[in-house]
Design a protein around this ligand. Structure first.
Ligand code: ADP
Length: 209
């Protein structure tokens, strides 16, 4: 099947501190034709904040407007989306959802280092332990496009990014004319022409009857 998009859209999601932005930054070095979209930045740039959840000490976001504003970018393709919320984007425009996972002890240290405390700290740690984002991703997208990658060590950052890049290159081969073999395309076109001619022949035969 040939896609309308020349490049796939990839969501990199996971609990805060699991390594989403670290992976996205490395990914666009390996895949320079892709654009890194940090949704936290996008929210600031488009004033999409919609109050504050006092209990959780986190910002509320106008998600409907966010989706409306990002839709044209997703239609163009080649976006690497970085956000802890993954299930609001139109399923038809998302090709891969990567859920970053981190061992609880490491995540504990990373969130402490970031200055998280109280409910915000506990909620994020619980979210990772209970696999909330993985479950959201699996509920929102087809299982075959949701993958889990471990992000505990520096070596894993590189191997994860290489794996995602390999997937992206294969997507291009499988889904676009750019990736397809010209000869095969010509053969396909020949087949189409043959089909047209045989249809015409069938119609002529019917007329004669
Ligand atoms: N696989 C990893 N190995 C070692 N450190 C990591 C790894 N992934 C992330 N980190 C570190 O953890 C912290 C949080 O990573 P970050 O990419 O900002 O997470 P997120 O974008 O998910 O909030 C950063 O200091 C980063 O360097």
């Amino acid at each position: 099947m040939i896609s309308m998009r020349q490049l796939p859209n990839i969501i990199i999601t996971g609990t805060p501190g699991t390594g989403k932005s670290t992976h996205c930054e490395r990914l666009v070095e390996i895949l320079p034709e892709f654009t890194y979209v940090s949704i936290n930045k996008f929210i600031g740039e488009h004033s999409l904040e919609d109050g504050v959840d006092e209990e959780r000490n986190s910002k509320l976001v106008d998600e409907d407007r966010l989706v409306d504003l990002i839709r044209p970018d997703l239609k163009n393709g080649g976006r690497i989306i970085d956000w802890h919320v993954c299930d609001i984007f139109p399923e038809s425009l998302i090709d891969l959802v990567v859920v970053m996972r981190t061992n609880t002890t490491r995540l504990y240290d990373r969130l402490k280092e970031r200055g998280y405390s109280g409910t915000k700290f506990e909620d994020n740690l619980d979210s990772e332990i209970m696999e909330i984002i993985l479950s959201d991703a699996r509920d929102a997208y087809a299982p075959e496009i949701v993958i889990e990658l471990q992000s505990d060590t520096k070596d894993e950052i590189e191997s994860n990014c290489q794996r995602i890049a390999t997937w992206a290159k294969q997507w291009i081969v499988d889904n676009t004319h750019e990736g397809s073999d010209d000869e095969e395309d010509e053969e396909d076109e020949d087949e189409d022409i043959d089909d047209d001619q045989s249809e015409e022949r069938d119609e002529e035969e019917e007329d004669e009857d």
